[in-house]
Design a protein around this ligand. Structure first.
Ligand code: 1HE
Length: 264
């Protein structure tokens, strides 16, 4: 029996999607993109946060270059493949459920495009980021020009692609490609454990607030300031109708809620 390309599991309200192609560094072929799309198209209602991780030493080596070579796709065929990636990754970014990516080793090409669609990125210290498309004679096709460029800026992405620069985990963190870097040699919590901890914390937020956070902010960033402020007000008006809002506010008023404080 052949191994599934992705594994799915649950820990309470946390869904876990694991890329399961370590033998080819989790390179993504058409079937794997379809599996990712299928998962994010039908997330069970009780799931409040999703951890996206990968088996093996590398998160994802990007486009399956062997498939691409073997199929020798035409321009139009590859356009459709790219649109399939766009559809799947848009469901990650705008599906309404927070996604925490847990990164290690190569996060390159389409692997970086996949990670860029997640809302929180936790890297272990082995992580490295690159966009080697230029050396392969292709271009980005899984959303990097939109998502990765917005994280690191368009000029930095141009430089990264032209020079083939490989960023280590800390350099990636400075640019926003990782939000957390876990160095287990330094005694940090391992990246998968931290990703799950963060997912649990996020799952404890009001679901409608999480929906607004992952759905509204990136869209408002595309709007004019006037439209953005108007939309923000509308989103707030809708979100504060949530069934648990009075309870949450009451907990604070009656000193039953946590206070905001620095955690070391
Ligand atoms: C692959 C792929 C792949 C590995 N497609 N099979 N991405 C890249 O240009 C990255 C290409 N990969 C690498 O640079 C390296 O493989 C890694 C740094 C990720 C890992 O190195 P290493 O030494 O651990 O593994 P390896 O020996 O290079 O590869 C192990 C196997 O995985 C090997 O197959 P095998 O049959 O010889 O065992 C590799 O061929 C296979 N493998 N990467 C297919 N990418 C929507 S557009 C997106 C555009 C892009 O993503 S372009 C960037 C593509």
């Amino acid at each position: 029996m052949t191994e599934p390309l992705v594994l799915t599991s649950e820990q309470g309200p946390i869904g876990i999607l694991t890329l399961n192609m370590a033998h080819k560094r989790n390179a993504l072929n058409e079937e794997a993109i379809a599996a990712i799309d299928a998962y994010f198209s039908a997330v069970p209602a009780h799931i409040r946060a999703i951890v996206l991780m990968a088996r093996g030493e590398h998160f994802c080596a990007g486009l399956d270059l062997k498939e691409h070579h073997a199929k020798a796709r035409s321009g139009v065929e590859f356009m459709h493949v790219c649109q399939g990636w766009h559809r799947a990754f848009d469901k990650i970014q705008h599906g309404g459920i927070p996604v925490i990516a847990c990164l290690q080793g190569a996060v390159v090409g389409g692997g970086l495009e996949l990670a860029s669609a997640a809302h929180v990125r936790v890297a272990d210290s082995s992580t490295f980021f690159a966009l080697p498309e230029g050396t392969r004679g292709i271009f980005t096709g899984g959303g990097a020009t939109v998502r990765t460029a917005r994280i690191i800026s368009a000029p930095r992405m141009v430089e990264m692609m032209l020079t083939g620069r490989v960023l280590d985990a800390q350099e990636g963190r400075q640019l926003g490609l990782a939000h957390y870097v876990c160095d287990t040699v330094q005694g940090d919590t391992p990246a998968p454990a931290l990703a799950l901890q963060l997912a649990e914390k996020i799952a404890g937020n009001a679901p409608l607030s999480n929906y607004a956070i992952v759905s509204a902010i990136s869209r408002i960033a595309d709007m004019s300031a006037t439209d953005g402020l108007f939309t923000e007000g509308l989103v707030m008006a809708m979100i504060q109708q949530g069934h648990d809002v009075q309870q949450r506010l009451g907990d604070f008023v009656h000193k039953k809620a946590h206070k905001v404080q620095l955690q070391r």
